[in-house]
Design a protein around this ligand. Sequence first.
Ligand code: G3H
Ligand code: ZN
Length: 285
Amino acid sequence: PLVTTGELVTRAAADRTAVASFNVITLEHVEAVVAGAESVHAPVVLQVSENAVRFRHGRLLPLARAAVAAAEQAAVPVALHLDHVRSDTLLRQAPDAGFSSVMYDAARLPYEENLAATRTAVDWAHAQGLWIEAELGEIGGKDGRPGLDAHAPGARTDPDEARAFVTDSGVDALAVAIGSSHAMTTRTARLDHALLKRLSSTLDVPLVLHGSSGVPDDELAAAVAGGITKVNIGTALNIAMTGAIREFLVARPEAVDPRQYLTTGRQDMARTVAQLIRVLDRTPA
Ligand code: G3H
Ligand code: ZN
């Protein structure tokens, strides 16, 4: 059934586990995430990013409606989340398109501008009944250094700034920079667990890990044990899908029916989904 992200995150926090949140680009991604979650009897979040909407000719609804239908028919709870939103136009489409949550991404802006933009987004989102996540990376210009993108490999979230940001913006969850970075194709990221510990003891909102595809299993499990409650995964699915399709087409150069190679791509994505959910669930009580 279709449920809200807020309830899945709240439940994960109570269970000291994390809800896996997968970025979907195609209908095959949607079906694979649902099938993978069903195979391990776990709830899951389907996320559509602003970049994915751009790929879909700027239209949210075709993929969103497919995701809503897939969630409604799923044997496990499934929520819809609009991810990395910078455009206000897209943000405002979230409730009607079936999304119960959004991630508002103003992390590239200087602190005060990020805060002001996020606060405006939070006020609007809460008036709509939406759960809203934002992000705080490293503040630009400190000590004469240029700022880092929140998910640049060297970026780190400062706990005191994060506390002020959460209080002043009213966000429901915070994406933190603790060593992961987006779109890694090797699982070689090392997380700053001491920083995560400080962040989770300083902040009273759920913490979100982005760029989780590059984080090895043991580091992911440790991050969940250390207080990460939502784990965002995108690239791992694309590696699985593309690898399976490439292998199929190399072995069968005469193949022309997309159902053949999309079937293998979808299966490998579903397997990846199930494996990663198991890693997140393996948290010590
Ligand atoms: O918000 C999406 C995630 O941060 C995905 O990152 O593609 O590196 O796993 P990833
Ligand atoms: Zn992200």
